[in-house]
Ligand binder design. Structure first.
Ligand code: UD1
Length: 366
């Protein structure tokens, strides 16, 4: 029998898993020939496997086992291994998501082999080339065939960069599919009891950007702000491996551990995490995805960065871009605590149906 060539869906790091899960499920439902490929950029059970389990995704069909390294090492290793997979399986399309090194590496391989590629979450721009993700986003979008955007600013950015309108499709935010699909299931999470926190009486904090955690002075400024905020609200802090390693290196780990109200834990699985964020009083973060999830959940968000590639979360959602200076963080915290976001809007097409819109577009690709 003449089997159709597969679509390869690529994941690599933690924020990719919730973006691929709904698309994988939708393509499976439609009987599309597909292979789920994990590069292994993130590999610890708590950064990877727990997400597959929580999201109901099957084990990856292909695991490249790349692991950590410098940006070039990681990107190059993914390219070498992914090229072999493309030779072997001859995919008709490669689907990449987000902006991590695996996203860029697999898109480059596909482009060099003249294999069509699609980028889910295309068009986002922070304007900050010091961010490795910004480089990944720009290069990926410039060589991908199908550009699937989460918000109209994505379309505008791509058009301004000279991309053809016919390659751009505003499909909505697929991460919100995962969020809405799993909120009910997350109600059975026992994470609040485990951490000793009560609904609406704690903040969630995440911190892992190199710009915040690779520089001891910046990290110290953030800690100072947290020491004040922690006097008002418990602070649940699932610490990222990069942040933990650096805090220990800079002799700041004990100080973090002594912040009043701090509830320090390791990385948390998907269902526990959305249970925590959906019941938080406020979220402080430097993550990209969390800015979007809080907007969809109408939970106030303070973003500890100078810029965002997701401006719609500020113009239509609950997000404030604040930077990493102690006083700015405290001012924003006080302002957010005094604001009622319960009637804030949720951006267009952040409705849980993005995977289906993407599958419709992929179906046109033969
Ligand atoms: C990567 C992504 C970033 C994303 C983040 C989410 C890039 C350029 N960066 O950053 O966009 O927001 O993931 O988490 O792709 N480590 C572990 N266990 C793991 C994985 C990593 O301990 O499973 C350690 C590594 O040894 C390394 C550190 O965490 O020291 C950072 O990992 P790395 O993958 O280089 O980048 P992230 O900071 O996680």
């Amino acid at each position: 029998m003449n089997k159709k060539k597969p679509i390869i869906l690529v994941v690599g790091a933690r924020p990719n898993f919730m973006k691929i899960a709904p698309l994988h499920a939708e393509l499976q439902r439609r009987g599309v020939e597909q292979l789920l490929l994990h590069t292994g950029q993130h590999y610890d059970e708590k950064m990877s496997k727990v997400f597959f389990d929580d999201l109901g995704m099957p084990e990856p069909d292909i695991y490249l086992g790349i692991g950590s390294g410098t940006h070039s090492e990681q990107t190059a290793k993914v390219m070498v291994e992914f090229e072999k997979i493309c030779f072997e399986h001859k995919p008709r399309l490669v689907v990449v998501v987000g902006d991590v090194n695996s996203t860029l590496a697999c898109t480059l391989v596909a482009a060099k082999l003249n294999i069509k590629s699609a980028h889910v979450e295309a068009g986002l721009r922070s304007g900050d080339m010091r961010m490795p993700e910004e480089v990944n986003r720009i290069v990926t979008d410039s060589i991908c065939n199908l550009l699937l955007t989460p918000s109209p600013d994505g379309d505008e950015n791509l058009l301004a960069e000279g991309r053809d309108e016919k390659d751009i499709h505003f499909v909505g935010n697929i991460m919100i599919d995962s969020l809405f699909n799993n909120l009910e299931k997350a109600k059975s999470s026992t994470i609040h009891e485990e951490l000793g926190v009560t609904d609406n009486e704690y903040a969630v904090l995440t911190l892992h950007r190199p710009s915040n955690v690779d520089n001891p002075k910046t990290l110290e400024g953030i800690i100072e702000a947290l020491e004040m905020i922690g006097k008002e609200l418990k602070l649940v802090f699932p610490i990222h491996p990069r942040t933990e390693k650096n805090a220990k290196k800079f002799d700041l780990f004990d100080r973090i551990n002594s912040i009043p109200g701090i509830v320090l834990t390791g990385p948390i699985g998907y269902l526990d995490f959305i249970s925590l964020t959906s019941n938080a009083r406020i979220v402080l973060t430097d993550s990209g995805g969390l800015q979007e999830e809080t907007t969809a959940l109408k939970i106030p968000c303070i973003t500890l960065r100078e810029n965002t590639e997701r401006p719609i979360t500020v113009t239509e959602g609950t997000n404030q871009i604040v930077g990493s200076e102690c006083n700015d963080i405290i001012d924003a915290f006080n302002a957010s605590m005094a604001t009622d976001y319960s009637s804030s809007t949720v951006p267009e097409k952040w409705d849980g149906n993005t995977a289906s819109r993407i599958a419709d577009i992929l179906a046109l690709e033969g």
